[in-house]
Design a protein around this ligand. Structure first.
Ligand SMILES: Nc1ncnc2c1ncn2[C@@H]1O[C@H](COP(=O)(O)OP(=O)(O)O)[C@@H](O)[C@H]1O
Ligand SMILES: [Mg+2]
Length: 378
C-alpha cells in the first residue's frame, strides 16, 4: 500500500486536508472580482489551497489563469510567463491558442511551437527594452479583454509574487497597480512566501502596490482538522492511532502542513498493519527525520554567531507567544541587552531562519526547532 501522506508537492483531492473556510473565502473573492494578497511562510499550503479552489470552479463559467512566477527573474520573463499562462488557459490546441492570441493579445506577437510531447507552447519574444512597459500592460490586458466578453468570470493567480521584488526595477509593480485597479471584473490573487518581503510589497506606503489588494494571511491547519484526516489514513491501512497521539504530533509540528505530513509519512512507515502506534514509534519517526537532517542542521548551527544561537535557543525552548526583547528573555538566554536580541533577530530574518509571527518570531523550519530543543536539552 502506498503511503497516503504526501509532502513536498502540491496536494490535491484525497491528500488535501480541510481548509473549508479558506476555500469559501477565496471562492467569494473570485466571484466578486476582488484583489487579494494571500501570504504565509513557505510550504504552508498556499499553492495547494488555491489550486484546489481553482479546480472546483465550473470550467464553463470561469477562466482560470495560474501564473507561477518562481522561474521569472526580469520584466521580460514576467511577460513571457504571464502570456504563456494566459494563452494556455484560453486553449489547449495550437489552433485554439492562435485564435485566442489574435483576439486578445493586442500588439503582443507571440510565437507558438510544439514541445517534445506535441503540446503547443507559446513564446512571447520581447523586443527592445523600451517596450517593456507597454508589453507588461498588454499582457495584463488580456484578462480584462476576456472578462469584457461577459461570458466568463476571470481569475488570475500570481504565485510566488515576491519574485517581482527581484526584477531590478519596480516597473511590474507599477504596471500591476495601474492596470488591476481598472479591472473590476477580474479577480487577482497574489500568493507570496517570505512573509516579510511580500508584506513590504503590499503594506509599505512607499511601494507601488501599497493597499492595492486586501490581505489574507494563511495560518497553519488546526489540530481539530488534522485529527480526523490523519486517523482515517492510519485506519484505512489497519494501523491504530489514538487522537491524543495525533494531537501531540501536531503540537510538535505546530500544525504546519508540510512538517505534519512529513512526520505522519515517517510514522506511517514505522507502524505495521494490524499494529497500534506507540509513543515510542512517534519518537522513532522523529529521530529518523532529524538524523537525516543532522549534518545540515549542525553545519547551519555552526554558521551562527553566539548571540544568534542564544536567540534561537530561547525561541525554540520558550512557550509561545515569545517576547524576545523582554528583559526576562534577554536575561534568561544570556543576550545581555534588547539591542543584541534585535541584531540577532535581524540577521536570522535575513537568512530566512526565522520569520515574524503575530508580533513575535518563529523558527521557520519546525524540524530545526525540534533539533535545537534536543541539542540544548540538559
Ligand atoms: N490542505 C492541506 N492538506 C494536507 N497537506 C497540505 C495541505 N496544504 C499543504 N499541505 C502540505 O504542505 C506541503 C506544501 O504545500 P504547498 O501548497 O506547496 O505550500 P506553499 O505553496 O505555501 O509553499 C504539501 O506538499 C503538503 O505536504
Ligand atoms: Mg507554493
Amino acid at each position: 500500500m502506498r503511503n497516503p501522506f504526501q509532502y513536498g508537492t502540491v496536494v490535491r483531492g484525497e491528500a488535501f486536508c480541510n481548509r473549508r473556510e479558506e476555500q469559501k473565502t477565496l471562492r467569494r473573492a473570485i466571484e466578486n472580482g476582488d484583489k487579494l494578497f494571500v501570504y504565509s511562510e513557505r510550504r504552508l499550503g498556499k499553492t495547494s489551497l488555491v489550486r484546489t479552489v481553482l479546480d472546483k470552479l465550473p470550467k464553463k463559467k470561469f477562466l482560470r489563469v495560474y501564473v507561477d512566477l518562481w522561474p521569472t527573474d526580469s520584466e521580460a520573463s514576467f511577460v513571457e510567463q504571464t502570456g504563456r499562462a494566459m494563452a494556455g488557459s484560453l486553449g489547449t490546441t495550437a489552433n485554439k491558442i492562435l485564435e485566442a492570441v489574435k483576439t486578445f493579445f493586442g500588439s503582443l506577437a507571440p510565437s507558438i511551437s510544439l514541445d517534445d510531447s506535441g503540446k503547443p507552447t507559446l513564446t512571447v519574444r520581447l523586443g527592445e527594452k523600451e517596450n517593456a512597459a507597454q508589453q507588461i500592460e498588454e499582457v495584463l490586458s488580456v484578462a480584462k479583454r476576456v472578462a469584457d466578453r461577459g461570458d466568463q468570470t476571470v481569475v488570475v493567480v500570481f504565485d510566488e509574487c515576491q519574485r517581482i521584488l527581484e526584477y531590478g526595477s519596480d516597473l511590474v509593480e507599477r504596471k500591476l497597480r495601474s492596470t488591476i485597479q481598472h479591472h473590476d471584473n477580474v479577480c487577482y490573487i497574489f500568493l507570496g512566501s517570505r512573509k516579510h518581503l511580500v508584506q513590504k510589497m503590499f503594506l509599505d506606503k512607499s511601494r507601488p502596490l501599497y493597499r492595492a489588494a486586501g490581505h489574507y494571511p494563511l495560518e497553519p491547519i488546526e489540530s481539530k482538522h488534522w485529527v480526523p484526516f490523519i486517523r482515517t489514513r492510519f485506519l484505512d491501512a489497519k494501523k491504530g492511532v489514538e487522537d491524543e497521539q495525533i494531537q501531540s504530533l501536531c503540537e510538535r509540528t505546530e500544525g504546519h502542513p508540510f512538517y505534519t505530513q512529513h512526520l505522519c509519512h515517517a510514522l506511517w512507515e514505522q507502524c505495521e498493519p494490524g499494529k497500534k502506534v506507540t509513543d515510542a514509534m512517534v519518537d522513532a519517526a522523529l529521530d529518523t527525520l532529524l538524523a537525516r537532517e543532522g549534518h545540515a542542521y549542525t553545519t547551519l548551527w555552526e554558521s551562527f554567531a553566539m548571540n544568534q544561537r542564544r536567540f534561537l535557543t530561547g525561541l525554540a525552548t520558550t512557550p509561545r507567544p515569545v517576547q524576545p526583547f523582554s528583559s526576562a528573555f534577554v536575561r534568561d538566554h544570556g543576550l545581555r541587552s534588547a539591542s543584541n536580541a534585535q541584531r540577532a533577530a535581524d540577521a536570522l530574518m535575513d537568512r530566512d531562519v526565522i520569520d515574524r509571527d503575530h508580533g513575535s518570531f518563529l523558527i521557520v523550519d519546525r524540524f530545526f526547532k525540534l533539533w535545537i530543543q534536543r541539542a540544548v536539552a540538559p
